[in-house]
Design a protein around this ligand. Structure first.
Ligand code: F6P
Length: 364
């Protein structure tokens, strides 16, 4: 066995699941166990499992044969122990949860906590490291919106699923001469819609970062029709907003949407297109299929590499860091880097130019 600073660590997955989580768990645990002989405590259901001490000792059989499995063998939750600290009424509850985490970390005899998750998970990891815990983070999310890494695992798999869905919509859109609106995940960041829109040849691509003008979209669709293109594909991120909505606060926007009665943005945009252009339009919401199933080859490679890099940080005792991909290099950044931030699509991102260069309308 090689020498290691970390003897025992806990591992959890938090936030929304995604393909590649199990590959990353395996990526951390195999070298940690085989090379360094570390003891591994699996924590169930994200941070909730650490609050409630819902844990088990992991054996090699637990992390064998999981490379290709979707979801997470550890379970997950959206528990954010620090969140309730910000509201007065829940302040006590938040403090109790953080105290419970610190106490369970001590009882379990952990030298470090490994957290696999998105912005929220790594933010909590940073806050816990401020409380004196040793934490190492891994970036996962289909939204690819984590500051400090070029890509998070889960994104490539979701991109493949979304692109296939757009491909499939093409043939039915063409047969019926319709406009097809497809809604992809991404509340605050439109990476998935942008990449899938380009990969699937979307004619209109709407992102949360670029509030859309329905008249611009309508003009684009009418011009396409005039050129003899009998159908169009509109790719919309779930967090996309119109220009008018972008001027409203969150509450007002929510109230307006409720009054309209559209179940989600795809239906709203489809309705607007039909009313403005008279073109027959249908909406599809891809939903959770984007997060389900086996990871793509590329996500398996990324998750495994990030996992193995995290095991090295554990061995060296380099805590308070998140492993990341920088260009083609796997490295790490301080956990402070992703904390309380979201990596949105910059207006001058080359992929927006690319989309426009090949004829897509960004709704602006
Ligand atoms: O994991 C991020 C994400 O996929 C978002 O794009 C989406 O809005 C969200 O999860 C929804 O997940 P849930 O319903 O599990 O909270």
């Amino acid at each position: 066995m090689k020498s290691t600073v970390t003897k025992t660590f806990g591992i959890l997955t938090a936030g929304g699941d995604c393909p590649g989580l199990n590959a990353a768990i395996r990526g951390v645990c195999r070298p940690a166990y085989d090379r360094y002989g570390m003891e591994i405590i699996g924590i169930s259901n994200g941070y909730r499992g650490l609050v409630e001490n819902y844990t088990r000792l992991l054996h090699p059989e637990d992390f064998w044969g999981i490379l290709t499995r979707g979801g997470t063998i550890l379970g997950t939750s959206r528990e954010k122990p620090f969140k309730s600290r910000s509201k007065d009424a829940d302040r006590k509850l938040g403090e109790d949860k953080v105290a419970a985490i610190k106490e369970n970390y001590r009882i379990l005899g952990l030298d470090c906590l490994v957290v696999l998750g998105g912005n929220g998970t790594n933010t909590t990891g940073w806050l816990l490291s401020q409380e004196g815990l040793n934490v190492v983070g891994l970036p996962k999310t289909i939204d690819n919106d984590i500051v400090g890494t070029d890509y998070s695992f889960g994104f490539d798999s979701a991109l493949a699923i979304a692109t296939e869905a757009i491909d499939r919509l093409h043939s039915t859109a063409q047969s019926h001469s319709r406009v097809m609106v497809i809604e992809l995940m991404g509340h605050k960041a439109g990476w998935l819609a942008l990449y899938a829109g380009v990969a699937g040849g979307g004619d209109v691509i709407l992102l949360p970062e670029l509030p859309y003008d329905i008249n611009v979209i309508a003009r684009h669709l009418e011009e396409r029709a005039q050129k003899g293109k009998s159908f169009s594909i509109v790719v919309v991120a779930e967090g996309a907003v119109s220009k008018e909505e972008s001027l409203m606060d969150k509450k007002e926007r929510k109230r307006r949407r409720q009054e309209e009665g559209s179940p989600s943005i795809a239906y709203r945009v489809a309705g607007e297109i039909e009313r403005t252009t008279g073109m027959e339009t249908r909406a599809t919401v891809l939903g959770y299929t984007q997060r389900g199933g086996i990871p793509s080859a590329s996500d398996r490679v990324l998750a495994t590499s990030l996992g193995a890099a995290a095991a090295e940080l554990l061995a060296e005792g380099r805590y308070g860091r998140m492993v990341c991909l920088n260009g083609s290099e796997v490295c790490s950044v301080s956990l402070e880097t992703p904390a309380e931030k979201i990596k949105t699509v910059p207006r001058d991102h080359y992929m927006i130019d690319t989309a426009v260069a090949v004829g897509a309308c960004m709704g602006i």
